[in-house]
Each structure stands twice: as C-alpha cells, then as structure tokens.
Design a protein around this ligand. Structure first.
Ligand SMILES: Cc1ncc(COP(=O)(O)O)c(C=O)c1O
Length: 327
C-alpha cells in the first residue's frame, strides 16, 4: 500500500521534534546559532535553515578544534584561519573576534564537558535557493560542541595505513581555505574506507604528495630532515604548523638536519624513515604502511613519538596556546 505523506501542523512538528531520538545524538552536547540568537542543548533542535546557502551550495567556511581539560587548544590560530577562509570567499563574520570567543566559551560551558570537540561554521546565511550570495542579508554563525572521542591508543602504538588517492586534488585557491565545499575530501575518506586503509593522501598534478582528507602529511627522511608538502597547495594545518615550531629545538640541538616545505614524491615517501599524519583530533599518528609497502621497519618510529611528546607537553602547559573555558 502506498505510504501516506503527511503534512504536519506547527504543533505536531514540535511534538515530533521533542520525541525525535537517534543514538548518535548522545554525542551532541550544545549548539550556538546566531539564527536562534542563543544556545540549545537538545540535539533535536540543532538545525540549520534549509535556505542557508551553507546547506544547498556549501557556501560557508568552518573550523574544528578541541577543548581538553577545560581549555581550548590553539583557538587563536583556528580563528586566524577562519578569518582568512571567510575573507577568501568574501563573507563578513557576523561578529567581532571578542564576541566570537565569548560565544565559543559559552557554548562549551553549556556543553558541560571538560573535553569536547568544537565545530564552528560561518555561513553565507539564509535568503533563498540560488547561487547568488547577494540574496542573503546576513552571514550566520553556528558553533557545535560534541563529545571528544579520543583516538584509541592502539593507533599510536601500532600505527596507521596510508594510500595514494585518485581523487583529483583541489586547486590551491580552495585547498588553502577551510570552505564547506569538501566534496573531494569526502571522496578521499570514502576511498580510504572502501580500500580498508586509515587515510589516503592526495597526489598533485606534478606527482607530489598533498594532504589527507582532513589531515596533513609529513616525512622524516633517513637524513633526518622533517619535510612537509608545500603549503601553497594544501591547507596550512594548525597541528603541523605548531609541531614544526616545537621541533625547531631538535634542529637547534643538532639532532635533525632541517625542517621545511618540499616537493615530496611517493617514491621519496616510501624511502622515508617515518611518515606521519597530523590533525587536530588525534594530533600525530605514525604511518606504518604506504601503498601497501612498509615504512621504515614497519613499526612506528622514535621521531613521531618524540614529536607527539613535544605537542602533548605544549597542550598541557603552554598558556599562550590555551584558552580556558571558565572565567
Ligand atoms: C584538508 C585538511 N588538511 C589538513 C587539516 C589539518 O589541520 P589541523 O591540524 O588544523 O586540524 C585539515 C583539518 O582540519 C583539513 O581539513
């Protein structure tokens, strides 16, 4: 029998929203919406208007950062990148930096967790369904706070696998910003899942390594150079950037020869002593297989572990990098 397609009254819809529950909603803790003008903590209310150009055109920019032990790590750097991304597509942020920070802190406080993942979206805003950005009177801000799910220890201890991607790389203009137009990144993640590997890495038009779906890649050569793909072609990750700063002490002490950007071929990566993956949620993970060949001796190497130590110490104790959530 054909299913009846119901038309709901306003009150019926409110009742349905109250009753609406799906298991993954347990991880959603709080959302600020400038469209609502405040914070909601019921996941059923964490919605974005369908006529926001973010929804139907991917017209917006975003950031993802984490709060650990009650402090947000690297917030200023994430907000610097957000401002750059927004400028790149001519979106004015809906509020100034001070207000933005107050909203983020209030949302994390409302979430009531000392550890949380925060995703922030700045959209072109509601205003119709065409591509025309001038249709939208005002940009909007959505801040979503969800439960932080730590990466299993096993992944640091046993390492992860990596594969070259076949998804065409984004042009530098789009790769350099964190726009909500992440279709190539989505396809790279699907590619990894389908191939049974942890990550895929893009290969640019000249045959050099790019980045992962939402992570940066770096290698440590047998000559003790820490090399990363050139940032003019990939997103300048906050994690890898901070690690490069912290690792300068290894060069100063003569333990490493050099840290820098380079054109890295897959063949060079195969010969590397270590390949590492960098990203906000997990920090640093060692790659033990790339395109089905072992890296180094096929086990996580010492340098990745050393860099992780430096980064975790920074997260625990560098005031300049930490924004406490409580007043
Ligand atoms: C395409 C891309 N590259 C790299 C990164 C790593 O950046 P970060 O270290 O700031 O998380 C991300 C993550 O946001 C990303 O989306």
């Amino acid at each position: 029998m054909e299913q009846v397609i119901r038309k709901f009254s306003f009150d019926e819809m409110v009742d349905r929203l109250i009753a609406f529950k799906v298991p993954y909603h347990d991880n959603y803790l709080a959302m600020y919406s400038s469209w609502y003008g405040g914070i909601v903590v019921d996941p059923a209310l964490m919605m974005v208007p369908v006529d926001d150009h973010l929804v139907h055109r991917g017209d917006g920019v975003f950031e993802a950062f984490k709060c650990i032990g009650g402090s947000i790590y690297g917030l200023e750097r994430h907000l610097d990148r957000l401002e750059r991304s927004a400028r790149g597509i001519f979106i004015d942020l809906p509020c100034d930096r001070g207000t933005l920070t107050r909203i983020i802190r209030a949302t994390v406080r409302a979430a009531g967790a000392r550890d949380a993942m925060i995703r922030l979206f700045v959209s072109r805003g509601p205003g119709g369904f065409s591509t025309n950005p001038y249709e939208c009177p005002a940009s909007q801000l959505y801040v979503v706070c969800s439960r932080f799910q730590p990466t299993p220890t096993e992944r640091y201890e046993k390492g992860v696998t990596l594969k070259s991607s076949h998804v065409p790389i984004k042009k530098a203009y789009l790769a350099n910003m964190k726009s909500c137009n992440y279709l190539p990144n989505v396809l790279m993640k699907k590619e990894a899942e389908d191939a049974g590997v942890d990550y895929t890495v893009s290969i640019d038009d000249e045959g050099f390594l790019g980045e992962g779906s939402t992570e940066n890649i770096g290698i440590i050569t047998r000559d003790r150079e820490f090399l990363v793909p050139r940032f003019d072609r990939v997103l300048r990750g906050t994690t890898i950037t901070r690690v490069m700063e912290l690792a300068a002490e290894l060069v100063n002490r003569g333990q490493w020869a050099r840290i820098g950007e380079a054109d890295i071929t897959p063949a060079q990566a195969h010969e590397a002593a270590e390949i590492l993956v960098f990203g906000t949620s997990f920090d640093i993970l060692p790659v033990v297989r790339y395109d089905d060949r072992p890296i180094g001796d096929g086990r996580p190497g010492p340098w990745g572990a050393r860099l992780l130590e430096l980064l975790r110490a920074d997260m625990a104790g560098c005031d300049e990098m930490l924004t406490p959530v409580e007043d």
